[in-house]
Design a protein around this ligand. Structure first.
Ligand SMILES: [Zn+2]
Length: 327
């Protein structure tokens, strides 16, 4: 059965200024992940008055240069870590968000059979208490009402993406507990945690079909063939943010070493994308507020910003939604 195109709850962005006082913390593995996953939603929430802070768990030091035009640039090869810091700064400026480096070292994507061991001192090998405390510190300082991260499979099997999930779950559980990491700030319980699901099988298929129908060469043929092998996710939340796809593109292109401007990302005409799939999508994982079957807002059900602030400081909250998948 091919996935069917969902009915989108609302095709237009949430009203400007409607989210003043709300805060969203988006946890990512490497610089560039924030621009390929949830970036248009980030820009939309900022336009709606919310504050959005991106956390990059690692510096992306072990990323390959993926842009053909820059592959042999000696400046880039000499100091890729600095180049990626500069690229991140430019992407953050495009998105208009805030940003924190968590300070851990990229684990790299191991390749080969058998796989080589992960490099000593990398993010994926850090003790969980160390990485959790670092993220708890950020949570207690920024005080988000909502967090986003990756699902238990990491979205794709990079050790840093899987560890980003693990650390996010651990920090979400600890941040509101005053007895956990007492030196990392005053307890603050984020009220909802979501997984990024922007690259679902349904969206890829919708893109592929729309491009084929209009005679545009689709870069998704192989993906579509493999869709059935991907597990089905339970998408709860479709955030209308089509007006911000160009902002997302500019943020992506700011990561010049990682993103090929001629690559498949940019083949889909943006007007067609807005017509076919005008949202970025999320899967609710944990919440202390009700989660509706089809939401269009990550902050749904939290009341006013002042009410959400008050709730996040309470110590008697009980989970009302648990969408975690056992691994
Ligand atoms: Zn990544």
């Amino acid at each position: 059965m091919p996935p069917t195109t969902p009915s989108f709850p609302s095709p237009t962005a949430l009203p400007e200024g409607s989210h003043a006082g709300f805060r969203l913390l988006a946890v990512h593995a490497h610089p560039d992940d924030e621009s390929s996953k949830g970036a248009a939603a980030t820009a939309m929430y900022i336009a709606a008055g919310a504050r959005v802070c991106i956390v990059s768990c690692t510096g992306g030091e072990r990323g390959d240069v993926l842009n053909e035009a820059l592959k042999h640039d000696p400046h880039i090869m000499r100091d890729i870590a600095q180049v990626r810091r500069d690229e991140m700064k430019a992407a953050v400026a495009e998105l208009g968000c805030e940003h924190v480096w968590l300070g851990f070292v990229d684990s790299g994507l191991p390749e080969g059979d058998p796989l080589p061991p992960l490099p000593e001192g990398c993010f994926a090998l850090e003790p969980l208490a160390v990485t959790t405390e670092a993220l708890v510190r950020v949570i207690r300082e920024f005080r988000p009402h909502v967090m986003t991260t990756y699902d238990e499979l990491g979205g794709y099997p990079h050790p840093d993406h899987i560890m980003t999930h693990t650390v996010s779950m651990s920090a979400f559980a600890a941040a509101g507990d005053p007895t956990a990491y007492p030196h990392a700030g005053a307890a603050w319980q984020p009220l909802k945690l979501y997984y990024n699901q922007s690259h679902s099988g349904g969206r890829i298929r919708a893109f592929h079909d729309a491009m084929m129908a209009r005679g545009i060469e689709s870069p998704y043929t192989e993906w579509v063939e493999n869709i059935e092998r991907r597990g089905k996710r339970h998408i709860t939340t479709r955030v209308p943010c089509g007006e911000f796809f160009e902002v997302r593109d500019r943020a992506l292109l700011a990561h010049a070493t990682q993103v090929d401007p001629q690559g498949s990302w940019f083949r889909m005409p943006r007007d067609l994308e807005r017509e076919v799939w005008p949202t970025e999508d999320f899967e609710a994982a944990l919440a202390y507020a009700p989660v509706d079957e089809v939401e269009d807002d990550l902050f749904a059900g939290l009341g006013t910003a002042a009410e959400a602030d008050e709730m996040a400081r309470r110590q008697d909250l009980a989970l009302t939604f648990d969408g975690r998948v056992a691994v």
